[in-house]
Design a binder for this molecule. Structure first.
Ligand code: NAD
Length: 492
């Protein structure tokens, strides 16, 4: 199915997907879905009713026993087909991501690519990790083995910033192991997954294996609280993750919660400064700073300050703003007006805290898109570790620069925040890189890499307030959707 051949003006009302059918919601509440470059509504998303959420879960419950009975090699065929339809439509999906999220087309293409890689990895998982373990003769005439079984129905709740990739950190693995799911995409960027849902429909999965509902937090909560939902895989803010962690704890359910970040990039005096600067620019300002792996605080060590900071600011100043469908632009708008306002508020906070605003990205003029939610690259120098702009997640194109005297002090700074998602070091010393890797309390470490994004066949890291739970997303989510049964067997 071809999704779209050109940019469309209006996509209409999104439909729920329950028991294999697209269904108009009975709700009387809809939200506008916006194109952030144009400040224009491009669709409406329903806020599903509690009854509709329950209906989606019940469809997944009905489907579960049948789906788990489908032999693994047959189950995997659906994933092969899913990969094919996503491959065939990847450019269209990327263009829809740009229209709703606002990110650059190349970033949207990368996002779709990583979603597909997760399908590929899940296919491998079905044949390898899922097959269990066997030990013969653990005692005379006794064998012992472990089988892995799907637990049932799971909720998948995703954030605005990777509307296609994040659901695929979980969806293909759940399906590979025989679980069934209800997905709730972000209410801010629901459009890309809606179109992916249409493609998933074409794959012909048995009805009820995948269900999709839309809405805000209360829809997510209703889903989690449903007695037949075994657990929730969530990606979003720490504020919401903590709430869900407490809720699932009280309900005795599983949760896998990947949350907010404040990532520090350390530059040593021996780094290759030209390469480091280019890499840092893409880390700080790619996706307009709206990546949980984006670096947000730059920590030059000793002499590195004078070598890296002028280059960094010079490159940041050259960044061209515009619409993400234009291949020639470098940076695109914030996802929403309220996100833009939050970033502007943080710039005020930085000024109030006494930091030096070396590059002011407020109110840029973007000629053809006067109504877009643009904030240009912003740089603060003279930041200290106790300032809010050094500690709190801004999630926008704002860099804070703090000087460190040596590597130990830089590592202490990395570890001073409540978050532990990612951190990078730029150096030509293997020893410094090793000390850094061992010293930082973060889940994803970049060595001369600004965005330390794990491939699908590694778990997605995260520590401290950036992660709650035990197993992580991508490949290791297999453990989340399953439990093990240990069998001890004797035949006289
Ligand atoms: P958010 O927490 O506002 O929303 C995330 C999702 O949770 C949305 O679908 C939302 O509707 C839903 N939700 C809100 N309240 C809920 C509740 N009480 N119960 C159940 N569901 C609820 O996050 P966001 O603004 O969409 O995303 C940005 C955040 O996500 C940032 O903090 C970013 O760092 C984080 N993030 C983290 C990772 C990671 O892997 N660690 C990846 C991407 C984004």
């Amino acid at each position: 199915m071809a999704l779209l051949k050109e940019v469309r003006d209006y996509y209409g009302d999104l439909m729920l997907y329950i028991n294999g059918d697209f269904k108009r919601s009975e709700t009387d509440e809809y939200m506008d879905v916006m194109n952030p470059a144009l400040d224009k509504a491009i669709a409406r998303v329903p806020i599903a009713t509690p009854e509709e959420v329950d209906e989606a879960v019940e469809a997944a419950v009905d489907a579960f026993e049948r789906w788990r009975d489908v032999p693994v090699p047959n189950r995997v065929q659906y994933l092969f087909r899913m990969k094919e339809v996503l491959e065939a439509n990847k450019e269209d999906i990327a263009r829809i991501i740009v229209q709703n999220h606002g990110k650059h087309i190349d970033e949207a293409r990368g996002e779709v690519r990583r979603a597909i890689e997760n399908i590929e990895t899940a296919i491998g998982v079905a044949y390898t990790l899922y097959k269990g373990e066997f030990m013969e003769q653990v005692a005379p005439l006794i064998d012992e083995y472990m089988v892995r079984e799907p637990l049932g129905v799971f909720a998948i709740i995703s954030p605005f910033n990777f509307p296609v990739m994040v659901p695929f950190w979980f969806l293909p693995y759940a399906l590979a192991v025989g679980a069934t799911i209800v997905v709730k995409p972000s209410e801010i960027t629901p459009l890309p997954f809606y179109w992916v849902n249409k493609l998933i429909h074409d794959v012909g999965l048995p009805p009820g294996v995948v269900n999709v509902v839309y809405g805000r937090g209360e829809v997510g909560e209703r889903l989690i609280k449903h007695p037949d939902v075994q657990g929730v895989a969530f990606v979003g803010s720490t504020r919401v993750a903590k709430k869900i962690y407490e809720l699932t704890g009280r309900l005795g359910k599983r949760s896998l919660l990947q949350a907010s970040a404040k990532n520090y990039a350390v530059v040593m005096p021996d780094a290759d400064m030209d390469r480091a600067a280019a890499n840092l620019i893409s880390s700080f300002y790619g996706n307009t700073g709206q990546r949980c792996l984006a670096n947000a605080v730059l920590v030059p060590v000793g002499d590195a300050y004078d070598k890296i900071v002028p280059k960094f600011i010079q490159l940041a100043r050259q960044i061209r703003l515009g619409y993400g469908l234009d291949e020639d632009v470098d940076m695109t708008p914030m996802v929403s007006r309220s996100s833009m306002e939050r970033v502007l508020k943080y710039i005020e906070i930085g000024l109030d805290e006494g930091a030096k605003l070396s590059l002011d990205g407020r109110n840029p003029k973007v000629k053809e898109y006067p109504n877009g939610y643009f904030v240009a690259p912003t740089v603060f120098e003279d930041v200290s570790i106790d300032m809010k702009i050094a500690k709190e997640e801004i999630f926008g194109p704002v860099a804070s620069i703090i000087k460190a005297d040596n590597l130990d002090e830089a590592i202490d700074m990395v570890n001073s925040t409540r978050y532990g998602n990612a951190s990078s070091i730029f150096t030509s010393s293997g020893k410094a890189a090793r000390v850094f890797r061992r010293g930082v309390k973060v889940g994803n470490v970049g060595i001369n890499v600004g965005i330390a994004a794990p491939m699908a066949f590694f778990p997605f890291g995260g520590m401290k307030d950036s992660f709650f739970g035990v197993v992580h997303g991508q490949i290791s989510s297999v453990e989340f959707f399953t439990d093990t049964k240990i069998v001890i067997e004797r035949w006289w």
